[in-house]
Design a protein around this ligand. Structure first.
Ligand code: GDD
Ligand code: MN
Length: 384
């Protein structure tokens, strides 16, 4: 039998779910779409009620179905839901991860729809949602409903999360979207962290009805609630630091650009002064020669000013400086070509007035010059 990696890894955290675990494993098995190859990973925290051993027995007694395997991770102590999910993910081989509770609150019947959604909506994350049309909660007390609403509101207002049910424990995602992320394992809010820490991913919410568990009891106690506030605060602070860094980056970028353009203007003066000086009675050069001197002089002063002032590079070792100067000169000539070409093109083909064409051409040439020199001559990141 050819064993290939599963496509979907289903993560199923358990703590004292002895009355639910076998039945939920069966029901999940019945709802896996034909042709989809899955692994289910139970993550058990040494449940005192023997959930772990029950799963061990179940695994050794069932007929092995190659397409859909079941595994268990035995952890030594109760470490919280988020941390269990993370542990499951670290051991998952599937490209897609699906996370759900093991107490029948999350209906396995919608698993096919969740998996299909990736193709159907071209998304990276599917959230099973209680808070969109068609979604519902059954069996919760008013108090519990209110708590959930408040937690959701905090996430939306405080952390600018758009998803309607960011506290959902039922979701699936492409594993690669969390490749570079670090998670804080406090509490229950794994999905919320994914939502805050990923940028520009496509999210699809599909409705479902959450049904309160019939057997066993919820592990969500006051400490989970306190952990929630702690992690929201952490996420909030991180976000603030990030936005202020971004602001600082854009200020630095703009101020460097401003210096670069100031230097460019000074080069224009150098160019003009040298070019006229050398044609004056004093030396009486041919005007073309004088102009060449002017150009060389202005490229040199531009280079030195940009090196020292704009890009704050004080390293004047000969080899490095010469190679920088070489690149700088090439980009300057390139800038001149861009400018010439663009003026010609705007005036001749688009009938734009000469002064306007000149201004846009100079701006384009200066900007591309700035970017090329920032990246290639002075080896800075474009944005930092
Ligand atoms: N391994 C492990 N370790 N599993 C845990 C732990 C833990 O410390 N704590 C809870 N679980 C498991 C439970 O066995 C269950 O399968 C699942 O995680 C959810 O725990 P419940 O205790 O049943 O949570 P709930 O029903 O009160 O909370 C539900 O609503 C929340 C949003 O309002 C869950 O769906 C949460 O995932 C959801 O965030
Ligand atoms: Mn539950």
């Amino acid at each position: 039998m050819v064993q290939s990696n599963p496509q979907v890894s289903i993560i199923l955290p358990t703590y004292n779910e002895s009355q639910n675990i076998v039945n939920i494993l069966k029901l999940i098995g019945e709802n896996i779409p034909k042709g989809i190859h899955t692994e289910t990973i139970v993550v058990d925290d040494n449940s005192p009620d023997g959930t772990g051993e029950i799963v061990d027995d179940y695994i050794s007694n069932i007929k092995k179905i190659a397409e859909n395997t079941i595994d268990i991770i035995h952890r030594k102590t109760k470490n919280g839901l988020s941390s269990a999910i993370l542990n499951g993910i670290q051991n998952a081989k599937g490209e897609t991860i699906l996370v759900m509770d093991s107490d029948f609150s999350h209906p396995p019947q919608i698993i096919p729809k969740m998996i299909e959604s990736f193709k159907q909506y071209q998304c990276d994350l599917v959230v099973a949602s209680r808070y969109i049309t068609g979604g519902n909660i059954q069996g919760w007390t008013i108090k519990r409903k209110l708590m959930s609403k408040i937690a959701t509101l905090i996430a939306k207002k405080g952390l600018h999360v758009k998803t309607k049910d960011p506290m959902s424990g039922f979701f699936a995602f492409k594993k690669n979207i969390i490749n570079e992320l670090n998670f804080d394992t406090l509490g229950y809010k794994f999905l919320l962290e994914v939502l805050v820490k990923t940028k520009g991913i496509n999210i699809k919410e599909i409705p479902y009805t959450f049904e309160n568990r019939k057997s066993g009891s919820s592990k969500l106690d006051n400490s989970v609630i306190i952990d929630y506030f702690k992690s929201v605060w952490k996420l909030y602070k991180n976000e603030k630091i990030k936005t202020s860094n971004e602001k600082r980056n854009s200020i630095r970028f703009l101020s460097k650009a401003a210096r670069f353009f100031t230097v460019g203007a000074s080069g224009f003066i150098v160019n003009y002064v040298i070019s006229t000086l050398f044609t004056s009675g004093l030396t009486d050069f041919w005007y073309i020669h004088a102009n060449i001197f002017g150009i060389i002089a202005s490229i040199s002063t531009n280079f030195i000013l940009n090196k020292v002032w704009t890009f704050e590079d004080r390293d004047f070792t000969r080899k490095k400086t010469l190679s920088q100067f070489g690149k700088f000169s090439i980009f300057s000539s390139l800038g001149a070509l861009i400018q010439l070409g663009m003026v010609f093109w705007l005036v001749d083909y688009y009938d734009i007035s000469y002064p306007l064409a000149l201004i846009s051409a100079i701006a384009t040439a200066a900007l591309s010059n700035f970017i090329l020199n920032k990246k290639l001559t002075f080896k800075e990141k474009l944005w930092n």
